[in-house]
Design a protein around this ligand. Structure first.
Ligand code: SAH
Ligand code: SF4
Ligand code: F3S
Length: 453
């Protein structure tokens, strides 16, 4: 890899100006984190970074394949790049990420989207310098979706934020939920050695990062196959001991691996945010079984009850899939019932999307699209009522908020509280990147609002 970094550097040093690269990541935090690694690699090759695709000599789309609309969006955007390539034939267009790992994408791109020069899969990040060098020197289509070694740690990520950072603790997924493409495009689950994780977080804490998000598809199964096999709770405790003014989050834990020890650890560790994103997917045991989720609603509710018995106020959020193959209205009502019972602070709900190659794609589906959309609307309306009611518990209370952007509402800044609730407060952009206490004075169904103390 280093050899090709040097070769590209050499090529670039001969050009009259520093070429710029533009990397756009779609999908989850894991992909965003890969995008930051890619930017790190490209800047060590000598590229400058731009946020304007029009001024770039290299454009890379780091794609997501989790639902059909995610893929369609990417195809739409690659289509638009055709004009840019016609204007600037020197432009190199690359595609990577989860879609790039699918055979059908490589075929479709080769036959229909000839403006694309380079495709590399999720396991080929470290090959980017070599692949890019081939494109630059041979001017031919290059692709690589094989498995390679990871990018060495000495290549620093170029992070998008100076105060919030995602840190992968594991890669891949072994769960094979029947609807999900991730295990096919991200490969088998692999945990990262704890000392590498701790070293990266120590460095971020020294740089003043205020929030560390631990990333993985099933973070609470962390530890398998390590030199010293430690569990996720132990990892949290070790990270919690690192000195610094930062908070810890993680995404996503799986309900089947959510132990009492994990909940006790979250409550004991002062740096860990008191929030759990626990993807339920469905409230029907029959559907959960068909989804291959490996827990029942009883087990899920037992976890929720344990959390609430220890901390009545604990914030819970979830993911829901509406309209799994042959789901009935009765199944859907069971989901809605659990959503109402748990009183999640927020739900992220998706209409089931058929992913070819998965088990669910082979199941008969007689549930109509109209029914699926109607149930989705019904679920969202129910959640809006729950949030409206549930957020009122924060009135008059102080929440700790890390501000991360200017609000759409003029004169306000916005951020997330430790509970992962959107909080708006009067203030300007100088507050971005700061953690402040906010006294809550107003609540809505999507956020709460207050005054900085
Ligand atoms: N590993 C994480 C989630 C990864 S995907 C976990 O298990 O929680 C994020 C969310 O996308 C999932 O929780 C699920 O709700 C949704 N999702 C995944 N595949 C989907 C599909 N085929 N159709 C609709 N939603 C899907
Ligand atoms: Fe997909 Fe299930 Fe793995 Fe999450 S746990 S990535 S939903 S297979
Ligand atoms: Fe999408 Fe891949 Fe993440 S499919 S959700 S970018 S792991």
């Amino acid at each position: 890899m280093t050899e090709y970094i040097e070769k590209i550097k050499d090529l670039i040093s001969k050009s009259s100006e520093i070429p710029l690269c533009y990397v756009h990541s779609f999908g989850c935090q894991q992909n965003v984190s890969d995008g930051e690694r890619i930017l790190g690699l490209l800047s060590s090759c000598g590229y400058g970074i731009t946020s304007e695709p029009d001024s770039a000599r290299l454009i890379i789309y780091n794609t997501c394949a989790v639902r059909e609309n995610a893929e369609n969006k990417v195809y739409g955007m690659i289509g638009e790049l055709k004009h840019l390539k016609e204007k600037n034939p020197e432009l190199i267009i690359g595609l990577c990420g989860c879609m790039a790992q699918e055979e059908k994408t490589v075929e479709k791109i080769r036959s229909t989207y000839k403006q694309v020069d380079l495709i590399f899969g999720t396991h080929a990040l470290s090959e980017l310098p070599h692949l890019l060098y081939d494109v630059l020197t041979k001017r031919k289509f290059v692709f690589d979706t094989d498995e390679h070694s990871p990018v060495p740690l000495k290549i620093q990520s170029v992070r998008q934020s100076s105060f919030k950072a995602g840190v992968p603790i594991m890669y891949g997924c072994d769960n094979f939920c029947s609807y999900c493409i991730v295990p096919y495009v991200r490969g088998r689950e692999k945990s990262r050695e704890p000392e590498d994780i701790l070293a990266e977080i120590r460095e971020l804490a020294d740089k003043g990062y205020k929030e560390i998000m631990l990333l993985g598809q099933n973070v609470n199964s962390y530890g398998k196959g390590l030199k010293e096999p430690i569990c996720f709770s132990e990892l949290l405790r070790r990270i919690n001991r690192i000195e610094g003014d930062f908070k810890i989050r993680f995404m996503s834990p799986h309900p089947k691996d959510c132990t009492h020890e994990l909940i006790d650890t979250i409550l004991e560790c002062d740096k860990v945010c008191k929030h759990l994103h626990l993807p339920l997917q469905s409230g029907s045991d029959e559907i959960l079984k068909k989804m291959n989720r490996k827990y029942t609603t009883e087990k899920y509710m037992e976890t929720v009850e344990y959390v609430r018995s220890k901390s009545p106020d604990f914030s819970l959020t979830t993911d829901i899939i509406v309209g799994f193959p042959n789901e009935t209205y009765e199944d859907f009502l069971k989901t809605k019932e659990i959503v109402e019972k748990v009183k999640f602070d927020n739900i992220y709900s998706f209409i089931y999307s058929k992913r070819s190659g998965t088990k669910a794609a082979e199941m008969t589906d007689n549930t109509s699209d109209e029914d699926k959309s109607r149930w989705m609307t019904e679920l969202l309306a129910a959640q809006r009522e729950i949030s409206t009611e549930h957020y009122k518990r924060f009135l008059g209370r102080e929440l700790e908020v890390l501000f991360d952007a200017e609000s759409k509402h003029e004169g306000f800044v916005t951020g997330k509280s430790d509970e992962f609730i959107i909080v708006e407060a009067l203030g300007d952009k100088s507050l971005i990147g700061q953690r402040k206490k906010v006294k809550i004075t107003k609540t809505f169904n999507w956020a709460v609002c207050g005054e900085i103390i």
